[in-house]
Design a protein around this ligand. Structure first.
Ligand SMILES: Cc1cc2nc3c(=O)[nH]c(=O)nc-3n(C[C@H](O)[C@H](O)[C@H](O)COP(=O)(O)OP(=O)(O)OC[C@H]3O[C@@H](n4cnc5c(N)ncnc54)[C@H](O)[C@@H]3O)c2cc1C
Length: 244
């Protein structure tokens, strides 16, 4: 936390500016599935995440994510959190995690068949080491409904399909964002249409300049938000000195 309590929004509003309602952005996401707790601390790379509402895809990202005791976090999830928060106001949403985005369903099935061939005579629970991080194996086994001690030779095509679907379409149910306390940036603030982008000066009050988080401006993770603060701060300072 950087120490701000929202005074700037109140001052700007008192001076006649419109404040777009501040909401948390770049925020971890709470999910309802119990099994996420078993994965807390597990970080995944090169996975893809899709956001759905009423069966319609609303967002899709590729990159890194992290499981926590309350749900999911990490850059990809944080970047999606603004959309998740907004959509949740209209109704339930689903996250679909693809653990193997480089392989389509068919290729993944072939890969699993190859693994099962390699692990012939071994138990299912000992056959997934090449495919999944260790801590994820018990969770995926439980969700698959396949008997962990079943020999891979006896796993049916139907069971294998279930496994492929789990790896390609692991469902998570967001219940909310973790909230302002854990938010990296704020979405909302002084309406941009009331600020001159050439000077950062207020279009309503002479000699009033805006910079940084107070503006209704936010970007994805990766330094864009600090850059926005530096750039608007530089311009606002320069303009204020010049007396625009
Ligand atoms: C944990 C965390 C990690 C982050 N990581 C990144 C990152 O990796 N990359 C990135 O781009 N962005 C990141 N951000 C966001 C970035 O830090 C902020 O967007 C940026 O600091 C905002 O700068 P600002 O100057 O507009 O506001 P602030 O940094 O909030 O500065 C406002 C200042 O005003 C002071 N203040 C408030 N009220 C009053 C008052 N009434 N009187 C006097 N002073 C007052 C506050 O104490 C504060 O010092 C992160 C934020 C957090 C919290």
């Amino acid at each position: 936390q950087t120490g701000s309590t929202g005074d700037g929004y109140r001052w700007a509003e008192q001076l006649g500016h419109t404040i777009i309602k501040p909401v948390p952005a770049l925020n971890p996401v709470k999910t309802s599935e119990d099994w996420v707790k078993e994965l807390q601390g597990l970080s995944l790379k090169n996975v893809s995440l899709k956001l759905f509402q009423n069966g319609k895809k609303q967002d899709e990202r590729f990159g890194e994510m992290l499981f926590t005791h309350f749900g999911v976090s990490g850059p990809m999830v944080m970047d999606m959190s603004k959309n998740i928060g907004a959509l949740l106001k209209d109704g339930p949403v689903k996250l679909i995690l693809d653990l193997k985005p480089a392989l389509d369903f068919k290729k993944l099935d072939k890969r699993i068949q190859r693994d099962f061939q390699e692990f012939k005579g071994r138990m299912f629970k000992n056959s997934l080491k090449g495919l999944l991080p260790l801590s994820m194996i018990p969770v995926i086994i439980k969700l698959s409904g396949i008997e962990p001690e079943k020999k891979v030779d006896y796993i049916s095509r139907e069971e294998r399909n279930k496994l492929v679907h789990l790896l390609k379409e692991l469902e998570l149910t967001p219940t909310g964002l973790l909230g302002f306390k854990w938010s990296v940036v704020t979405c909302g603030g002084v309406a941009l249409k009331e600020v001159n982008p050439n000077t950062m000066g207020s279009k309503k009050i002479e000699n009033l300049y805006f910079a940084g988080e107070i503006l209704d401006l936010d970007g994805p993770s990766g330094g864009y938000n600090l850059q926005e603060c530096w750039s608007t701060g530089y311009l606002a300072g320069k303009s204020a000195v010049k007396g625009h």
